[in-house]
Design a protein around this ligand. Structure first.
Ligand code: SAM
Length: 365
């Protein structure tokens, strides 16, 4: 095999045509600062060309921390009996959505653990109420449900859905999710796409026994599946989980994963995830934005509940108002020569597809 060189491999991955999973794996494994910087720079150019300079804001409400699942990395998992559990009422959710609207943000992300007592009809009503009262995109992130439930929420007005694959290595997936099934997760992602949700997936970087080959496979999977959004963040150990003593995911590797996801998938919405901000210094969110990310999620969960949505520690210690946080992001945007966008920022892929359909129609006529 010819010896690989960073720049030629990066060029071939950027050119798209000749890149292989082995190329992506090679680039992920280049842990020195200069390589990371060069990969980030290439991703930033792709980001600028395909999604522009806007840093899109979304508002997230973590409306329930009940969870039936066993995810070994997550502090909400069903075995953590030390966590006070909560579920917000419909009125409380609508009030929080009102705060998002007041901040000028046009997307609400409704997230929860996999709450076995969540009534799908109740959630459908909440979505309808939001759609009636606010001009806003609704993104759901409530885990694995039946196709009928996904259909119900789509018909109620749900626009988008986030469900991370977490890892595409089925053996690793099995070890991290006892009693759960990799095939179920793929089934859910397939259902969501076929129901017309703008669908997001993603993975955790730095899990025990995860290799650069696994991460390369994740990125190739994201490209093949053509997801609209991708959340990529480092693993952060939680003291009340089986992975309590594992080291945190490496920030450089996370940034390279994010960058290569940008380079391969081009026009996907990629957030600078909360986990990146928690794992890194104050500069980590800026680094993620310089590494190909174009979205930031602001947390609008009421303070009384926020600290109980502890998927990992250190997540919600900011006492800043949304106005202050938006100002901070504006400052970061300014230093990067970019701007904060309050647009709805629907899937660019969908727009491309629409454009393609239009072109086809024009041709046929
Ligand atoms: N229940 C829904 C689901 O599983 O999609 C949404 C909530 S779940 C807590 C949201 C995301 O948190 C997961 O997709 C996972 O990637 C992330 N997460 C949980 N624990 C984590 C940890 N310790 N480190 C990094 N990410 C974590």
């Amino acid at each position: 095999m010819p010896e690989r060189n960073l720049q030629s491999t990066l060029n071939s991955v950027c050119d798209n045509g000749t890149s292989t999973r082995a190329d992506v794996e090679f680039l992920l494994a280049q842990g020195d600062r200069d390589s990371t910087r060069r990969i980030m720079h290439a991703a930033d150019e792709v980001r600028s060309r395909y999604v522009g300079d806007g840093i899109v804001l979304r508002g997230i409400i973590e409306f329930s921390n009940y969870c039936r699942n066993t995810c070994a990395y997550c502090g909400l998992n069903t075995f953590n009996t030390n966590l006070a559990r909560y579920r917000m009422t419909r009125e409380q959710i609508l009030e929080s959505v009102g705060n998002i609207a007041e901040a000028g943000i046009k997307t609400v992300v409704l997230q929860s653990g996999e709450d076995r007592d969540l009534d799908p009809f109740w959630l459908a009503q909440v979505i309808e109420d939001i759609k009636d009262k606010f001009d806003m995109a609704v993104t759901l992130s409530v885990g694995e449900w039946s196709e009928d439930d996904y259909r119900l929420w789509r018909q109620a007005g749900g626009d988008r859905y986030l469900l991370k694959i977490e890892t595409t290595n089925p053996t690793l997936y099995g070890l991290l999710h006892p009693g759960m099934s990799f095939e179920d997760r793929l089934r859910c992602l397939g259902d969501l796409k076929s129901l017309g949700y703008q669908t997001g997936s993603g993975s955790i970087v730095g899990l025990r026994n995860q290799t650069c080959g696994d991460l390369a496979r994740d990125i190739v999977f994201f490209k093949e599946q053509d997801f609209d959004m991708l959340g990529i963040g480092p693993f952060i150990p939680h003291h009340r989980t089986p992975l309590a003593d594992e080291p945190q995911g490496d920030l450089g590797l996370t940034l390279r994963t994010l960058s290569l996801a940008r380079i391969l998938t081009k026009d996907t919405h990629l957030p600078a995830t909360t986990a990146v901000g928690v794992a890194g210094s104050g500069d980590a969110v800026r680094s993620a934005l310089a590494a190909g990310a174009n979205v930031v999620m602001l947390n609008f969960t009421p303070p009384a509940y926020k600290r109980f949505y502890e998927i990992y520690p250190g997540k919600d210690d900011s006492a800043h108002s949304s106005g202050q946080i938006i100002k901070e992001i504006e400052t970061i945007a300014h230093t990067l020569g970019r701007y904060v966008s309050l647009s709805r920022a629907d899937s660019l892929k969908q727009r491309n597809e629409n454009m393609l359909q239009k072109q086809t129609l024009v041709r046929e006529n």
